[in-house]
Design a protein around this ligand. Sequence first.
Ligand code: PMT
Length: 231
Amino acid sequence: VGPKPLAGKNVVVTAGGTVERIDPVRYITNDSSGKMGFAIAEAARDRGASVTLVCGKTDEAPPHGVRVVKVDSALEMREAVMERLSEADLVIKAAAVADYRPARQAASKMKKTAESLTLELVPNPDILLEIGEWREVRGGAAATKPFVIGFAAETTDVEKHALDKLKRKKCDLIVANDVTAEGAGFGSDTNIVTVYGSQGLAEKLPRMSKRAVAERILDLAQAGIASNRPS
Ligand code: PMT
């Protein structure tokens, strides 16, 4: 039991990879384990928040004291997140959302033939971008709620791509991880992140447990929420 700085706040966290079905037994996904998002959800819960964890594919055990909404695809994740936005004070998008999905989903198991097979993929909606746009349309320049934090999983030019995502997706903070670094990104128990805000670099963190990263992200979120509060 300690101070509960997020008491009374509704926090939505996304975690895990989305699953984009090809047919009833095959799908496209990615290496996200859900650990980063789960750590954030647990840290927010321990700070007194009411937490909804929207999660895709993961082997992590559902955390107690957190509302868990299981989803499969990016389209399902979008629906689960967007319908909770008006109540949310803080949204943190640690999920690895598939950028594309199969154009068609076969109703029954696809049969093998001697021919080569081309899978047509169509773009998925960008949920983070839609959250930014939703907030802008709803509140104009005064839009401060929810406070929105995105992640950027990068393999090259981390800072450049992260700053581009921060601006384009209209979020308040972006947490960049170089997923090629040892002990960072997908699957590991630790992460190495740099957080950027509209003023540029907010915090560069060394390798630490995902829970410790989560605590630092929430510190920054709390500071952001406090400074956004209309006087
Ligand atoms: O789950 P773990 O194994 O613990 O790994 C953690 C992690 C590497 C998955 C996590 O730290 C991370 O970086 N998550 C974001 C992964 C990702 O999809 O990055 P991106 O650069 O492709 O997307 C940028 C942001 O836009 C993300 O907040 C993502 O949730 C969001 N996005 C992306 C595509 C899309 N269609 N909709 C989105 O909302």
